[in-house]
Write a protein that binds this ligand. Structure first.
Ligand SMILES: O=c1ccn([C@@H]2O[C@H](COP(=O)(O)O)[C@@H](O)[C@H]2O)c(=O)[nH]1
Length: 277
């Protein structure tokens, strides 16, 4: 469990607001790891060892684990157990369903006694409304990270539709902020949408934003910070492929560490510019 206060402290202490995405594809990891009983866990473990001083968050994407059935679930459980407890550990699951089904999703990812895992935060789709989000909020101290303006090209299909209260994504943010405070609710905003951050801050002045899309998707970290950073930082910027697949050789963990360090140094610079550290 990590509170807003602890998150802000971690950012200042580590001079970083980096989230390392564990989108671990068994087809893409170095061949020599296949000798280990669980190559995916071994890969994640070494990535975590190489990056934990440089980031404040980890985000396994559930799809990469669920796609491998029982073995994948075991890799996810073992990875969760290995994640540093001072980091905000996010399961990127993008769930959303009626209440009793959401209760089961929440149990799967938040209730260690039931499933063997208890992440600090989960990504959730807002499409089905408040009753479908309450299940996650009923776990004290856990975070909901609601999809608002995604990094995908298809974000234009629905998220920019006009509603009585502006674009649909603006309505999502305004409504969801009546469901929980900025100590429990975050929003996903893609780094590829950096020019929208000024607008988003009108509706989400205090919320942390989970920002995927730097690295492999080409988002610009400096612009994200210019338009999206708050006095507490307010940003958790994710990079997955650019870090974890920085090398496909024996040096993959070292290369991941070097890539994470590059981003952390940029972040340190941005935090200094903003007078946060
Ligand atoms: O709008 C969104 C929401 C989630 N994602 C997820 O973030 C990572 C990005 O990975 P990269 O390799 O750094 O591109 C991945 O898990 C996506 O599912 C997103 O990209 N955009």
């Amino acid at each position: 469990m990590i509170s807003r206060k602890q998150l802000i402290e971690q950012i200042k202490q580590k001079k970083s607001f980096l989230c390392v995405g564990l989108d671990t594809d068994i087809e893409k990891i170095p061949a020599f790891l296949k000798e280990y009983p669980d190559p995916v866990f071994e890969f994640n473990k070494r990535i975590i060892d190489a990056t934990q001083d440089l980031c404040i968050s980890y985000k396994p994407n559930a799809a990469f684990y669920e796609a491998r059935g029982i073995k994948g679930l075991q890799s996810l459980i073992d990875t969760w157990k290995y994640l540093p407890q001072d980091c905000l550990n996010i399961i990127d699951a993008k769930r959303g369903d009626i209440g009793n089904t959401s209760d089961m999703y929440a149990k799967a990812f938040f209730n260690e006694d039931a499933s063997g895992m208890s992440f600090d935060a989960i990504t959730v789709s807002p499409y089905m409304g408040q009753d479908t989000v309450n299940s996650y909020l009923s776990y004290p101290g856990k975070w909901v990270i609601l999809l608002a303006l995604t990094s995908s090209a298809g974000s234009k299909d629905f998220q920019y539709l006009e509603t009585n209260q502006g674009f649909l994504y603006e309505t999502v943010i305004q409504k969801a902020n009546t469901w929980a405070g900025a100590d429990r609710m975050m929003f996903v905003v893609g780094a590829t949408k950096s020019t929208e951050f000024t607008n988003i801050r009108k509706f989400a002045p205090d919320n942390f934003l989970l920002v995927p899309g730097v690295g492999a998707q080409g988002g610009n970290l400096e612009e994200v910070c210019r338009y999206g950073m708050t006095k507490d930082c307010g940003l958790i910027v994710n990079a997955s492929r650019s870090i974890i697949y920085a090398s496909n050789g024996k040096d993959f963990a070292e290369a991941a560490g070097a890539e994470a360090l590059k981003i952390q140094l940029q972040m340190e610079n941005e935090l200094e510019k903003a007078g946060i550290i």
